[in-house]
Design a protein around this ligand. Sequence first.
Ligand code: SF4
Ligand code: SF4
Length: 143
Amino acid sequence: MGETSNFEIRFECQSGCSKCCQVSGYVYLTEEDVANAARYLGLPQAEFEAEHIYRTRNMRRIRKPRRNGKQCPFLDAGGCGIHPVKPVQCRLFPFWPELVESRREWKRTAKWCPGIGQGELIQIGTALEMAHEMREKYPDTYE
Ligand code: SF4
Ligand code: SF4
């Protein structure tokens, strides 16, 4: 369990921005995310997985496109192509435990996420609830 946040958290996602989909990193999915994304795209799950998912016993992640330098194949000009069913980590960003529990990491993320520092003050309880959902949904990452 990390330390409780003791700094001011403001965040408002900026319209038209997709920087968090472009930073280097992996997008992990829950089993439910995989099923929802396949259904949303109208693909049988096996077909969707063969094309887009890399899985091991304990985790599933989106395969990065081999060409074009994109981090995620679902990012297009209009934003996230699976927005209504985007994976938990995408939906909860930037309220990840490693960010809301560390002033240093929060400030570091603010350098590239233009939504951090904008909008209303976020209740600390709300931020920690979202961070808790991350721990729950990705137990192997946060054990
Ligand atoms: S980088 Fe920040 S402001 Fe931009 S889309 Fe992601 S969360 Fe929203
Ligand atoms: S799934 Fe959507 S929100 Fe998540 S990284 Fe890909 S394009 Fe971005």
